[in-house]
Design a protein around this ligand. Sequence first.
Ligand SMILES: Nc1nc2c(c(=O)[nH]1)N[C@H]1C(S)=C(S)[C@@H](COP(=O)(O)OP(=O)(O)OC[C@H]3O[C@@H](n4cnc5c(=O)[nH]c(N)nc54)[C@H](O)[C@@H]3O)O[C@H]1N2
Ligand SMILES: Nc1nc2c(c(=O)[nH]1)N[C@H]1C(S)=C(S)[C@@H](COP(=O)(O)OP(=O)(O)OC[C@H]3O[C@@H](n4cnc5c(=O)[nH]c(N)nc54)[C@H](O)[C@@H]3O)O[C@H]1N2
Ligand SMILES: [Mo]
Length: 698
Amino acid sequence: MNSNSSLPSDATPTQVLGACPHDCPDTCSMLTTVAGGIAIKVQGNPAHPHTDGALCTKVSRYTERTYHPERLLHPLKRVGPKGAGQFERVSWGAALQDIAARLQAIASRSEDAAQAILPYSYAGTMGLVQGESMSARFLHKLGASRLDRTICSSAGGEGLTQTLGGKVGMRVEFFAESRLILIWGSNSIASNLHFWRYAQIAKRNGAKLVCIDPRKSETADKCHEHIALLPGTDGALALALMHELITNDWLDHDYLAQYTLGWELLRERALQWAPERAALVCGIAPEQVRALARDYGACVAGGAPAAIRMNYGMQRVHGGGNAVRLIACLPALIGAWRHRAGGVLLSSSGAFPVQKAALQRPDLLAGKTPRTLNMSTLGDELLRPASAVFGPAIEALIVYNSNPAAIAPESGKVVQGLSRDDLFTVVLEHFQTDTADYADYLLPATTQLEHWDVHSSYGHTDALLNRPAIAPLGEAKPNTQIFRELAGHMGFTDPCFADDDAALCRMAYGDAVDFDELLAKGFATLRTPEAPFAHGNFPTPSGQCEFFSARLAALGLDGLPSHVPNYEAFNTSTQYPLAMISPPARNFLNSTFVNVPSLQEMECEPVMEMHAADAAARAIQSGDIVRVFNARGEYRCKAKVSSRARPGVVNGLGVWWRKLGLSGTNVNQLTSQNLTDLGGGPTFYDCLVQVVADGKRC
Ligand SMILES: Nc1nc2c(c(=O)[nH]1)N[C@H]1C(S)=C(S)[C@@H](COP(=O)(O)OP(=O)(O)OC[C@H]3O[C@@H](n4cnc5c(=O)[nH]c(N)nc54)[C@H](O)[C@@H]3O)O[C@H]1N2
Ligand SMILES: Nc1nc2c(c(=O)[nH]1)N[C@H]1C(S)=C(S)[C@@H](COP(=O)(O)OP(=O)(O)OC[C@H]3O[C@@H](n4cnc5c(=O)[nH]c(N)nc54)[C@H](O)[C@@H]3O)O[C@H]1N2
Ligand SMILES: [Mo]
């Protein structure tokens, strides 16, 4: 299974079953057409119900990305100054031997000296094998610092877990039967297209769709209502909805009594949030709050199934964890969980029986307990000197599946850290990204078309398998193989370093998923209940929907969810009177695809959307170059005066590569390293700025 001998090489086109590797809830089943050993096209698998034969625009360009003339095809060694991106070609043997020697020199200094080595990785591929398997084994054996992978979903994940007991919820297909769908903090058309298909079916059958988002997104355009609240005020809105459900007695008393914990306490708190109070905080009209409560309340006790599709956009602020807790409470108030088309879905990843210990082998730590560093404060971590509390300064960084120079907050500090001459940086990549420019060694990795993998999903409940369709390009190697060979150069002899990708794929789910089914069909549906909480059975300690969390109270935190205001709360009289959010661009995937010409053409260039009133107050017109700044830095881009922006909020879409921007920076030059209330997540959308015209127009 690991050899390339099974790869199609005929001139006659053949289709290979795969899975989209990207960080997206949809995890599509993908078919690659290969002829003469070349991948000609990728398409959605029509046999996979969620994919329904359709890929998004960006992944349809996967062959353009794979055969991109700038694909990294050989190991490279730095020859210029740090960050200049100047490299020379070296052999794999020389590169890996030198890297191993450098890591060994650090690790051998003392018992826990390897903590000076930090991995940095996220979900460039969501694959369980090319993600954290051989890499984790290598790092465990080495005793490197551990990484808390918080950059995306940890606040929401923690909020959901405290309330429902895990990353669990409605099955996505049943949204098609809902009568009311709240799309909360999500631009589904851009970032969750295959959910949107189910929402469309519901809409055609008469469901009402409401979008709750500061930005008038493509999704908001297609919903019946749009509530354009200020960023970071969702908790206040949820509390006011509860206020209205209580005062109008739109409650499922029986569900509350049987299946929830802490109702009296939550009730008391919610009664402090009249619609007028929340409306003031949210920057919307009280009548919008009342109307939403009426719609939701009309679904009480199974009157009609009401569903909430929350996504991660609403948890990237100080109070993101608490906001998710509050929203996750709502279905229990009206008993929405009684119906399979009612409840809430934020993430389904908790349903997957991933055999993490088998893949990652934490036992290789052999009693060592290296420190854990938060990836959302990479800038600070790279700049921290050695101390008794911190331990050794970071001396080596191993980056794979991530582009931290572009995507981590407060990138001025990240780049300052990466520029340290005494930092040894290894980057495994497909392309010479902003981060790769700072590498001492840049190692070419394979893409999804060139390696094996197994996937779970956070938006549906099917496991998927990816078969390689073509041989690795140039000298590229899978992440697994790079770490396997590096282990060899380090002299690690544990038998687990010899496991091939075939063995790792089988190990990912063990016996919990039928591997033969994966091999045959490319996907296997997990057996999960249709209406998981119709009769309680929440995977919380109490088995109830926990409005009150004894676990949080025990940590000295508020046991009840509350509205936690932003660190940088909107206030027109401050030096930085505009709130900036920076949600995904439709045709990029975080900073991936930004260098693919056809997609870059669609997104045109980095822009800042502004409301007409905010633009007029600054004498800014569409197309003007603007300077967006705060105390952390500045970023220049073009202004786009647009009804997509609400007054007081500017939208800087997508994570552009810094080097493709006007001033060599991107939006993350402005974002802060402040962390969320729960889960230690980043607060990308809790960010105040000022915008001024920069004089030049083009
Ligand atoms: N095309 C595309 N798809 C993607 C991605 C991408 O970059 N591009 N990224 C992928 C990744 S990594 C993730 S984590 C997922 C999840 O993706 P999300 O992070 O959920 O991104 P969006 O679906 O754009 O939803 C975010 C929406 O939340 C809005 N928003 C911002 N602040 C607030 C707020 O305070 N409250 C509320 N209610 N809304 C707010 C934004 O305007 C935006 O429309 O999407 C994945 N899918
Ligand atoms: N301002 C702002 N910043 C954000 C966000 C935002 O909304 N606003 N979103 C945040 C979110 S939700 C997330 S998840 C993070 C995402 O941040 P990252 O996880 O860093 O995601 P990408 O930017 O897509 O970069 C992934 C990189 O992995 C590489 N890659 C892909 N597959 C492989 C492989 O098999 N092997 C190797 N070695 N490399 C591979 C790709 O080429 C790409 O350069 O960004 C966060 N940053
Ligand atoms: Mo993400």
